[in-house]
Design a protein around this ligand. Structure first.
Ligand SMILES: Cc1cc2nc3c(=O)[nH]c(=O)nc-3n(C[C@H](O)[C@H](O)[C@H](O)COP(=O)(O)OP(=O)(O)OC[C@H]3O[C@@H](n4cnc5c(N)ncnc54)[C@H](O)[C@@H]3O)c2cc1C
Length: 484
């Protein structure tokens, strides 16, 4: 049985509609699934019974934009290297070395993440040699590693131009996380045909076909533990459901910080949570245009708009002054990525534009209910919407005349609808310290209780999915990765 707090299943993979528009909320592109033999594609095929289909984006999957120049990330890898070497002819060797390093880092992750799924005794004994190589990448910041390859700050700013995909600028993020994201997309991006909601729709069909049940509006409030074993959950409506095995995929803050609040070790669990930090939140402007992407000549390349090459400085300027330039505006074009969007919604197009937001700027309005937070809140949303639209129109001028609808989500929206306590964008931060947390693994010290999802592995739908396979491996005491 799957218990979902929201009125729709899918977490960040679901979509929503307003008027005649439909937007995704947390899926903009997924790498590797266009290759039928890739483990991620095979896993998606398995859990959707082959019903989930993918559309490859244009080869130019990302564009990194600075005030003086923009840089295209073009697949495949050989083309990426060539393009970047053309932008930075003196840095050819550094670019090649960089590609080698991200390859190495990702390869060493296989045994690091595999270790999490092993039975405790074997996992502990093998931990040092299964994780050492990976930790030599994960234990250093992205900036630290890249500055060992090049002193060219512009090249560094470009190579780290996808930092928004994991949430931390280069001086704070773990290089291993950076490498996973960069390599994931080196062969291009893909989008689910029929939009992101097809992920949950196809998987739900398979769960139900196998006799499983899926319940929405079924928020869990507590996990009950008796004689050291997890034995039931209490729902927010007071219902109690028993199960021999309980898996929590709703984030470690909810699991350890809330669901186990009455456990005798709750203090220890809360102490443990202090070793990780929650990611920043974000605001997202959902935009509806009254002409199709094709009519507007809009492509599906993601835009990353930056005020300067030093991402850490951009972020800290903004964190200390909300009126400072946005440290990033990421623009995605979901209707242009989905080849069947137009069948359902002819003559319109959708866009999304995202930037960071700090929880403390918004929590003063937190007491109001969703959509009823008052005039001041609405005025702040309007102010930010206009600031974002100005940025968007500068880089997508054709969107201005076709603008028909916009709506801003805030950190409070994220808390209300995705249940991340501080409106976190990506669960917990991908710092070097995060990767040292050995307790971030499927099997908890409570018998019958397991965790899964992005907090256990890393951000990203593919990673959250692989973490599911690790959890299943741990429960069945069988290496399920070998079955792919
Ligand atoms: C704006 C944005 C853009 C993104 N873009 C991409 C992208 O382009 N590509 C990519 O690969 N990844 C992307 N991601 C990341 C990706 O969406 C996530 O890493 C992934 O979906 C996390 O999956 P999860 O199952 O771990 O968590 P979630 O998707 O958050 O699922 C957790 C589920 O638990 C439910 N829940 C919470 N509390 C309770 C409770 N008390 N009881 C019952 N249920 C509960 C939630 O409602 C939710 O359905 C993006 C994320 C965001 C926010």
């Amino acid at each position: 049985m799957l218990l979902e707090k929201h009125f729709k299943v899918g977490g960040w993979t679901h979509t929503f509609r307003r008027n005649n528009y439909e937007w995704d909320v947390g899926i903009h592109y997924i790498g590797e699934v266009h290759k039928p033999w890739s483990p991620i594609r095979r896993l998606f095929d398995r859990i959707s019974d082959g019903e989930l289909k993918w559309h490859k984006m244009d080869d130019n999957y990302d564009r990194i934009i600075f005030p003086d120049k923009h840089y295209n990330f073009i697949c495949p890898k050989t083309r990426f290297i060539k393009e970047l070497s053309d932008y930075f002819p003196d840095e050819k060797q550094a670019i090649q070395d960089y590609i080698q390093l991200i390859d190495q880092s990702v390869k060493t992750g296989v045994s690091y993440f595999g270790n999490k799924a092993l039975p405790n005794l074997i996992s502990n004994l093998s931990y040092p040699f299964m994780t050492r190589k990976f930790m030599s990448f994960a234990g250093r910041t992205t900036y630290d590693v890249i500055s060992g390859l090049t002193k060219n700050e512009k090249l560094t700013g470009v190579l780290t131009g996808q930092w928004g995909d994991h949430g931390l600028p280069p001086r704070q993020s773990s290089f291993a996380m950076h490498a996973m994201v960069a390599r994931h997309y080196l062969d291009g991006g893909n989008y689910p045909i029929g939009s992101a909601r097809r992920i949950a729709e196809t998987i739900t069909d398979v769960i139900e076909k196998q006799g499983g049940k899926v319940a929405v509006n079924a928020g869990v409030d507590e996990i009950c533990v008796k004689n050291g074993s997890a034995e039931s959950v209490i729902l927010e409506n007071g219902d109690k459901l028993s199960a021999p095995i309980i898996i929590s995929g709703s984030g470690i803050l909810n699991t350890y910080g809330r669901f186990l609040r009455n456990h005798p070790h709750s203090k220890k669990f809360k102490e443990r949570l202090k070793k990780v930090q929650q990611t920043e939140s974000f605001i997202c402007l959902f935009i509806g245009l009254n002409k199709s992407a094709q009519d507007l000549g809009i492509k599906n390349t993601n835009l990353w708009i930056y005020p300067g090459y030093d991402h850490d400085k951009n972020v800290s300027n903004y964190q200390s002054d909300q009126e400072a330039e946005f440290p990033v505006v990421y623009v995605s074009f979901p209707s242009a990525k989905d080849p069947v969007y137009q069948e359902k919604y002819p003559n319109n197009a959708t866009m999304e534009a995202i930037t960071l937001a700090h929880w403390s700027w918004w929590d003063k309005w937190g007491n109001g209910a969703w959509k009823k937070r008052g005039d001041e809140y609405e005025a702040e949303k309007e102010n930010l919407s206009q600031r974002i639209l100005n940025k968007v129109f500068k880089h997508v001028p054709k969107a201005k005349d076709a603008l028909d609808y916009y709506e801003l989500s805030t950190p409070l929206t994220v808390k209300s609808l995705a249940n991340y306590p501080l409106g976190e964008m990506y669960g917990i931060n991908h710092t070097p310290k995060r990767f040292k947390q050995r307790w971030l693994k499927p099997k908890t010290e409570i018998k019958g209780l397991y965790i899964t999802g992005q907090d256990m592995f890393t951000v990203g739908v593919s990673s959250a999915l692989l973490s599911g396979l690790a959890t299943v491996s741990s429960i069945l005491k069988k290496n399920m990765f070998k079955t792919l």
